[in-house]
Design a protein. Structure first.
Length: 185
């Protein structure tokens, strides 16, 4: 299966976007993918904002993007836009860094009005970053994600809809991954 990197713009693992990232990572693993999560909030702030690509953590983050077959970009939506954490990381990537990779945008937000952030703001950014295959993406209302007090999970109705999107992404990653031909001698 393919290797998938989830870029998390969540401010905390227990925030709704963080819960969505955990749910998505677990689902992709059950589909047989090797999944890693890059929590942008864990990168060194000064190096991230100064675009210091020589910093070991920033360099490792960029290498993770380059090595992945598929990328999930998950962000909460604030004021009809993705998080600054996501933008800060994407700004570091060289032109064409997402070329040849399947990319799935995911977002959470407080109202249906935030849904426009995926098609109106996030997908165009990903295409501008060189992505050649950006899937339609998926938006989950905050109220469809139970917080820690309720066991931190995506509610069943939202999980079912998200499951279809994640399955489609999984299949897209598999189709885009080059076949490995064994050498015979």
């Amino acid at each position: 299966m393919g290797s998938i990197l989830i870029i998390s713009g969540s401010p905390a693992p227990t925030a709704r976007a963080g819960i969505l990232v955990t749910h998505t990572a677990d689902h992709l693993r059950t589909l047989g993918h090797q999944v890693s999560v890059l929590r942008v909030r864990d990168l060194p702030t000064v190096a991230l904002l100064a675009e210091d690509t020589t910093d070991p953590a920033i360099s490792a983050a960029m290498a993770s993007v380059a090595a992945a077959d598929g990328i999930v970009v998950a962000s909460p939506v604030y004021r009809a836009a993705y998080s600054g954490l996501v933008k800060s990381l994407l700004d570091l990537l060289p032109a064409g860094a997402l070329a040849g990779k399947a990319v799935l945008p995911l977002a959470t937000g407080g109202t249906q009005g935030h849904l426009v952030a995926i098609d109106g703001v996030l997908r165009p950014l990903l295409f501008a970053m060189g992505a050649t295959k950006v899937l339609a993406g998926h938006f989950v209302l905050d109220q469809m994600i139970a917080d820690e007090r309720e066991g931190a999970h995506v509610r069943p109705l939202a999980a079912a809809a998200l499951g279809e999107v994640v399955l489609n992404f999984s299949e897209t990653v598999r189709r885009r991954r080059p076949a490995v031909v064994p050498l015979t001698g």
